[in-house]
Ligand binder design. Structure first.
Ligand SMILES: [Zn+2]
Length: 341
Protein backbone atom coordinates (compact mmCIF):
# COMPACT_ATOMS: atom_id res chain seq x y z
CA UNK A 1 0.00 0.00 0.00
CA UNK A 2 1.14 3.53 -0.67
CA UNK A 3 1.97 5.43 2.45
CA UNK A 4 -0.65 7.79 3.74
CA UNK A 5 1.38 10.75 2.63
CA UNK A 6 -0.41 13.87 1.62
CA UNK A 7 0.31 14.08 -2.09
CA UNK A 8 -2.89 15.49 -3.52
CA UNK A 9 -4.77 14.80 -0.29
CA UNK A 10 -4.91 17.06 2.72
CA UNK A 11 -2.23 19.43 1.47
CA UNK A 12 -1.43 22.09 4.04
CA UNK A 13 -2.18 25.55 2.68
CA UNK A 14 1.41 26.63 3.12
CA UNK A 15 2.86 23.75 1.14
CA UNK A 16 3.83 23.31 -2.52
CA UNK A 17 4.07 19.71 -3.66
CA UNK A 18 7.18 18.48 -5.42
CA UNK A 19 7.58 15.53 -7.72
CA UNK A 20 9.71 14.09 -10.52
CA UNK A 21 8.72 13.21 -14.05
CA UNK A 22 10.20 9.74 -14.11
CA UNK A 23 13.56 8.51 -15.26
CA UNK A 24 16.57 8.81 -12.98
CA UNK A 25 20.20 8.44 -14.19
CA UNK A 26 20.92 5.05 -12.65
CA UNK A 27 20.66 1.96 -14.80
CA UNK A 28 19.44 -1.52 -14.07
CA UNK A 29 22.08 -2.83 -16.45
CA UNK A 30 24.77 -1.50 -14.10
CA UNK A 31 23.31 -2.14 -10.67
CA UNK A 32 20.47 -4.64 -10.97
CA UNK A 33 17.71 -4.10 -8.46
CA UNK A 34 19.84 -1.70 -6.45
CA UNK A 35 19.31 0.80 -9.27
CA UNK A 36 15.68 1.09 -8.15
CA UNK A 37 16.64 1.52 -4.51
CA UNK A 38 19.23 4.18 -5.33
CA UNK A 39 16.77 6.04 -7.57
CA UNK A 40 14.08 6.12 -4.90
CA UNK A 41 16.52 7.15 -2.17
CA UNK A 42 17.98 9.93 -4.31
CA UNK A 43 14.59 11.39 -5.21
CA UNK A 44 13.20 11.24 -1.69
CA UNK A 45 16.51 12.43 -0.24
CA UNK A 46 16.49 15.51 -2.49
CA UNK A 47 13.02 16.33 -1.16
CA UNK A 48 10.45 15.04 -3.68
CA UNK A 49 7.05 14.18 -2.15
CA UNK A 50 6.06 11.77 -4.92
CA UNK A 51 8.78 9.67 -6.55
CA UNK A 52 9.18 7.10 -9.35
CA UNK A 53 10.99 3.78 -9.52
CA UNK A 54 13.55 5.59 -11.68
CA UNK A 55 12.52 3.86 -14.94
CA UNK A 56 15.93 2.29 -14.71
CA UNK A 57 15.50 -0.24 -17.49
CA UNK A 58 15.44 2.33 -20.24
CA UNK A 59 13.54 3.58 -23.17
CA UNK A 60 9.85 4.16 -22.64
CA UNK A 61 8.51 3.25 -26.05
CA UNK A 62 10.40 0.02 -26.66
CA UNK A 63 9.84 -0.94 -23.06
CA UNK A 64 6.09 -0.60 -23.17
CA UNK A 65 5.71 -2.09 -26.59
CA UNK A 66 7.39 -5.20 -25.22
CA UNK A 67 4.63 -5.59 -22.66
CA UNK A 68 1.82 -5.60 -25.20
CA UNK A 69 0.73 -8.56 -27.33
CA UNK A 70 0.67 -7.71 -31.01
CA UNK A 71 3.84 -5.67 -30.79
CA UNK A 72 7.26 -6.93 -31.64
CA UNK A 73 10.42 -5.09 -30.82
CA UNK A 74 13.00 -7.15 -32.63
CA UNK A 75 16.30 -7.76 -30.88
CA UNK A 76 15.11 -5.57 -28.08
CA UNK A 77 15.07 -7.72 -24.93
CA UNK A 78 12.90 -6.34 -22.19
CA UNK A 79 15.58 -6.40 -19.51
CA UNK A 80 18.03 -4.00 -21.07
CA UNK A 81 16.37 -2.29 -23.94
CA UNK A 82 18.92 -0.72 -26.24
CA UNK A 83 17.52 2.01 -28.41
CA UNK A 84 20.52 1.86 -30.71
CA UNK A 85 19.49 -1.53 -32.05
CA UNK A 86 18.11 0.28 -35.10
CA UNK A 87 14.87 -1.64 -35.26
CA UNK A 88 12.19 -0.16 -33.07
CA UNK A 89 8.72 -1.41 -32.29
CA UNK A 90 6.49 -2.88 -34.97
CA UNK A 91 2.81 -3.70 -34.67
CA UNK A 92 2.65 -7.15 -36.23
CA UNK A 93 -0.81 -8.31 -35.23
CA UNK A 94 -4.03 -7.19 -33.65
CA UNK A 95 -3.27 -5.99 -30.12
CA UNK A 96 -4.70 -8.32 -27.53
CA UNK A 97 -5.63 -6.05 -24.64
CA UNK A 98 -6.44 -9.01 -22.40
CA UNK A 99 -2.84 -10.19 -22.23
CA UNK A 100 -0.02 -7.99 -20.97
CA UNK A 101 3.44 -9.30 -20.10
CA UNK A 102 4.08 -6.70 -17.45
CA UNK A 103 5.61 -8.80 -14.67
CA UNK A 104 8.99 -7.07 -14.87
CA UNK A 105 7.68 -3.51 -14.76
CA UNK A 106 5.28 -4.44 -11.94
CA UNK A 107 8.01 -6.14 -9.91
CA UNK A 108 10.20 -3.05 -10.22
CA UNK A 109 7.38 -0.83 -9.09
CA UNK A 110 6.38 -3.12 -6.22
CA UNK A 111 9.96 -3.06 -4.98
CA UNK A 112 10.06 0.74 -5.18
CA UNK A 113 6.79 0.97 -3.22
CA UNK A 114 8.11 -1.45 -0.60
CA UNK A 115 11.29 0.49 0.12
CA UNK A 116 10.25 4.08 -0.55
CA UNK A 117 9.62 6.49 2.30
CA UNK A 118 7.37 8.47 -0.07
CA UNK A 119 4.48 7.47 -2.35
CA UNK A 120 5.52 6.15 -5.75
CA UNK A 121 3.75 6.90 -9.02
CA UNK A 122 3.17 4.36 -11.76
CA UNK A 123 4.16 5.65 -15.20
CA UNK A 124 2.82 4.45 -18.53
CA UNK A 125 3.68 5.60 -22.03
CA UNK A 126 0.57 6.98 -23.70
CA UNK A 127 -1.09 5.60 -26.85
CA UNK A 128 -0.24 8.57 -29.07
CA UNK A 129 3.46 8.29 -28.30
CA UNK A 130 3.51 4.51 -28.70
CA UNK A 131 1.80 4.75 -32.08
CA UNK A 132 4.00 7.55 -33.32
CA UNK A 133 7.14 5.57 -32.59
CA UNK A 134 5.95 2.39 -34.25
CA UNK A 135 5.64 0.87 -37.68
CA UNK A 136 2.53 -0.96 -38.80
CA UNK A 137 3.12 -4.35 -40.37
CA UNK A 138 -0.30 -5.98 -40.26
CA UNK A 139 -3.66 -5.45 -41.91
CA UNK A 140 -5.45 -5.81 -38.56
CA UNK A 141 -5.61 -1.99 -38.59
CA UNK A 142 -6.22 0.30 -41.53
CA UNK A 143 -3.40 2.66 -40.54
CA UNK A 144 -1.49 3.92 -37.52
CA UNK A 145 -4.35 6.36 -37.06
CA UNK A 146 -7.03 3.68 -36.90
CA UNK A 147 -9.25 4.41 -33.89
CA UNK A 148 -9.45 0.67 -33.14
CA UNK A 149 -5.68 0.62 -32.66
CA UNK A 150 -5.95 3.43 -30.10
CA UNK A 151 -8.77 1.61 -28.31
CA UNK A 152 -6.88 -1.70 -28.15
CA UNK A 153 -3.69 0.00 -26.99
CA UNK A 154 -5.61 1.97 -24.37
CA UNK A 155 -7.25 -1.21 -23.06
CA UNK A 156 -3.83 -2.86 -22.70
CA UNK A 157 -2.50 0.23 -20.91
CA UNK A 158 -5.49 0.26 -18.52
CA UNK A 159 -4.58 -3.30 -17.57
CA UNK A 160 -0.96 -2.32 -16.88
CA UNK A 161 -2.05 0.75 -14.90
CA UNK A 162 -4.41 -1.35 -12.76
CA UNK A 163 -1.59 -3.82 -12.09
CA UNK A 164 0.51 -0.85 -10.96
CA UNK A 165 -2.21 0.34 -8.60
CA UNK A 166 -2.59 -3.20 -7.25
CA UNK A 167 1.01 -3.19 -6.04
CA UNK A 168 0.59 0.16 -4.35
CA UNK A 169 1.26 2.86 -6.93
CA UNK A 170 -0.09 6.12 -5.51
CA UNK A 171 -1.37 7.38 -8.86
CA UNK A 172 -0.74 7.03 -12.59
CA UNK A 173 1.21 9.35 -14.87
CA UNK A 174 0.75 9.08 -18.63
CA UNK A 175 3.76 10.19 -20.66
CA UNK A 176 2.82 11.70 -23.99
CA UNK A 177 5.81 13.61 -25.41
CA UNK A 178 4.35 13.26 -28.89
CA UNK A 179 1.33 15.42 -28.11
CA UNK A 180 3.48 18.48 -28.68
CA UNK A 181 4.65 17.43 -32.12
CA UNK A 182 1.27 17.58 -33.76
CA UNK A 183 -0.26 14.11 -33.62
CA UNK A 184 -3.96 13.90 -34.53
CA UNK A 185 -5.57 15.62 -31.57
CA UNK A 186 -8.90 13.79 -31.81
CA UNK A 187 -7.13 10.47 -31.23
CA UNK A 188 -5.00 11.90 -28.44
CA UNK A 189 -8.06 13.29 -26.69
CA UNK A 190 -10.08 10.13 -27.29
CA UNK A 191 -7.41 7.81 -25.90
CA UNK A 192 -6.43 9.93 -22.88
CA UNK A 193 -10.06 10.39 -21.84
CA UNK A 194 -10.62 6.66 -22.41
CA UNK A 195 -7.75 5.90 -20.02
CA UNK A 196 -8.92 8.43 -17.43
CA UNK A 197 -12.40 6.91 -17.31
CA UNK A 198 -11.03 3.43 -16.68
CA UNK A 199 -8.01 3.92 -14.43
CA UNK A 200 -9.26 4.33 -10.85
CA UNK A 201 -6.72 6.84 -9.55
CA UNK A 202 -5.47 10.37 -9.79
CA UNK A 203 -4.13 10.86 -13.35
CA UNK A 204 -1.29 13.13 -14.36
CA UNK A 205 -0.31 13.73 -17.97
CA UNK A 206 3.21 14.68 -19.00
CA UNK A 207 3.73 16.56 -22.27
CA UNK A 208 7.25 17.61 -23.27
CA UNK A 209 8.44 20.50 -25.36
CA UNK A 210 6.91 23.65 -26.80
CA UNK A 211 3.21 23.78 -25.94
CA UNK A 212 2.86 27.47 -26.74
CA UNK A 213 2.98 26.75 -30.46
CA UNK A 214 -0.15 26.07 -32.44
CA UNK A 215 -0.95 22.83 -34.21
CA UNK A 216 -3.93 21.83 -36.31
CA UNK A 217 -6.64 20.59 -33.99
CA UNK A 218 -8.14 17.72 -35.96
CA UNK A 219 -11.45 18.16 -34.11
CA UNK A 220 -12.09 21.80 -34.95
CA UNK A 221 -9.86 22.01 -38.05
CA UNK A 222 -8.36 25.14 -36.57
CA UNK A 223 -4.87 25.95 -35.36
CA UNK A 224 -4.83 25.87 -31.58
CA UNK A 225 -2.12 25.96 -28.96
CA UNK A 226 -0.96 22.53 -27.81
CA UNK A 227 -1.45 23.78 -24.24
CA UNK A 228 -5.12 24.64 -24.79
CA UNK A 229 -5.83 21.32 -26.52
CA UNK A 230 -4.26 19.37 -23.66
CA UNK A 231 -5.95 21.41 -20.92
CA UNK A 232 -9.26 20.41 -22.52
CA UNK A 233 -8.75 16.67 -21.95
CA UNK A 234 -11.41 15.60 -19.46
CA UNK A 235 -10.56 13.42 -16.49
CA UNK A 236 -6.91 14.45 -16.24
CA UNK A 237 -6.15 15.82 -12.77
CA UNK A 238 -2.83 17.49 -13.51
CA UNK A 239 -0.65 18.15 -16.54
CA UNK A 240 3.10 18.69 -16.54
CA UNK A 241 4.84 20.96 -19.00
CA UNK A 242 8.43 22.13 -19.44
CA UNK A 243 8.76 25.78 -18.50
CA UNK A 244 12.47 26.07 -17.71
CA UNK A 245 13.77 24.90 -21.09
CA UNK A 246 10.83 26.40 -23.02
CA UNK A 247 10.29 29.89 -21.57
CA UNK A 248 7.67 30.65 -24.24
CA UNK A 249 5.41 28.15 -22.43
CA UNK A 250 5.12 30.64 -19.57
CA UNK A 251 2.95 32.86 -21.73
CA UNK A 252 0.06 30.40 -21.53
CA UNK A 253 -0.26 30.91 -17.79
CA UNK A 254 -1.30 34.56 -17.98
CA UNK A 255 -4.82 33.55 -19.03
CA UNK A 256 -5.52 32.30 -15.48
CA UNK A 257 -4.52 35.45 -13.68
CA UNK A 258 -8.14 36.25 -12.78
CA UNK A 259 -9.40 32.71 -12.52
CA UNK A 260 -8.16 29.21 -12.06
CA UNK A 261 -6.95 26.53 -14.46
CA UNK A 262 -9.23 23.52 -15.08
CA UNK A 263 -6.55 21.19 -13.68
CA UNK A 264 -3.39 21.45 -11.65
CA UNK A 265 -0.28 22.46 -13.54
CA UNK A 266 2.94 20.60 -12.84
CA UNK A 267 5.48 23.31 -13.55
CA UNK A 268 8.75 22.05 -15.04
CA UNK A 269 11.17 24.44 -13.38
CA UNK A 270 14.63 22.92 -13.84
CA UNK A 271 16.08 21.96 -17.21
CA UNK A 272 16.74 18.32 -17.87
CA UNK A 273 18.81 18.87 -21.03
CA UNK A 274 21.59 20.93 -19.45
CA UNK A 275 24.09 20.12 -16.73
CA UNK A 276 24.08 23.67 -15.39
CA UNK A 277 22.44 23.61 -11.99
CA UNK A 278 19.91 26.42 -11.65
CA UNK A 279 20.09 28.77 -8.70
CA UNK A 280 17.38 28.64 -6.06
CA UNK A 281 16.46 32.17 -7.07
CA UNK A 282 15.89 31.29 -10.73
CA UNK A 283 13.61 28.41 -9.82
CA UNK A 284 11.90 30.50 -7.16
CA UNK A 285 11.07 33.20 -9.71
CA UNK A 286 9.55 30.72 -12.13
CA UNK A 287 7.43 28.99 -9.47
CA UNK A 288 6.41 32.32 -8.04
CA UNK A 289 5.31 33.53 -11.48
CA UNK A 290 3.30 30.32 -12.03
CA UNK A 291 1.73 30.73 -8.59
CA UNK A 292 0.71 34.31 -9.26
CA UNK A 293 -0.92 33.28 -12.54
CA UNK A 294 -2.55 29.97 -11.66
CA UNK A 295 -2.83 30.15 -7.87
CA UNK A 296 -0.26 28.41 -5.70
CA UNK A 297 -2.67 25.61 -4.80
CA UNK A 298 -2.78 24.70 -8.50
CA UNK A 299 0.98 24.50 -8.91
CA UNK A 300 3.14 21.42 -8.37
CA UNK A 301 6.91 21.69 -8.86
CA UNK A 302 8.80 19.20 -11.07
CA UNK A 303 11.75 19.03 -13.42
CA UNK A 304 11.04 19.69 -17.12
CA UNK A 305 11.24 16.01 -18.03
CA UNK A 306 12.88 12.75 -16.99
CA UNK A 307 16.43 13.26 -15.72
CA UNK A 308 18.07 10.24 -17.32
CA UNK A 309 20.54 12.10 -19.54
CA UNK A 310 22.06 14.08 -16.66
CA UNK A 311 24.78 12.80 -14.39
CA UNK A 312 23.48 11.45 -11.09
CA UNK A 313 25.09 14.16 -8.99
CA UNK A 314 23.69 16.95 -11.18
CA UNK A 315 20.21 15.41 -11.20
CA UNK A 316 20.29 15.25 -7.40
CA UNK A 317 21.44 18.85 -7.03
CA UNK A 318 18.85 20.14 -9.49
CA UNK A 319 16.08 18.34 -7.62
CA UNK A 320 17.37 19.67 -4.31
CA UNK A 321 17.40 23.25 -5.63
CA UNK A 322 13.87 22.76 -6.97
CA UNK A 323 12.60 21.53 -3.61
CA UNK A 324 14.24 24.36 -1.71
CA UNK A 325 12.76 26.94 -4.10
CA UNK A 326 9.26 25.41 -3.90
CA UNK A 327 9.36 25.43 -0.09
CA UNK A 328 10.47 29.07 -0.13
CA UNK A 329 7.67 30.09 -2.52
CA UNK A 330 5.10 28.37 -0.34
CA UNK A 331 6.35 29.90 2.87
CA UNK A 332 6.73 33.39 1.36
CA UNK A 333 3.23 33.35 -0.14
CA UNK A 334 1.80 32.10 3.13
CA UNK A 335 3.63 34.80 5.06
CA UNK A 336 2.47 37.51 2.66
CA UNK A 337 -1.16 36.37 2.80
CA UNK A 338 -0.99 36.35 6.61
CA UNK A 339 0.04 40.02 6.46
CA UNK A 340 -3.12 41.01 4.61
CA UNK A 341 -5.58 38.81 6.52
ZN1 LIG B 1 9.23 14.92 -21.12
Amino acid sequence: MATAYFFNDHIPVDYMQKTVIGSWPIFYADHGRDAIRMSVEDQAGAGADLVSDGQTRNYMVEYFSNLIQGYNCFECPIDFCNKDCGTGPVIIDRIDPDVVDDETVIEDLAYAVEISPRPVKGIITGPTTLVNCSRLDTDAYSSLYDEDLFTDLSDALVRIAKDMLDVGAHSIQIDEPFLSVGSPSHLAKYSIEYLCKRIPSDISLHVCGDVYKEIMDTITDEDRRVFDIVMGFRGVDSVSFSFAGYPQNKMVLGQYINGRPPKKIVVGCVRTDSERVETVNEVYNLLRYASWCAGEDNVIAAPDCGMKILSRDIAYRKLQVMCEAADKVASDLDHESSLVR
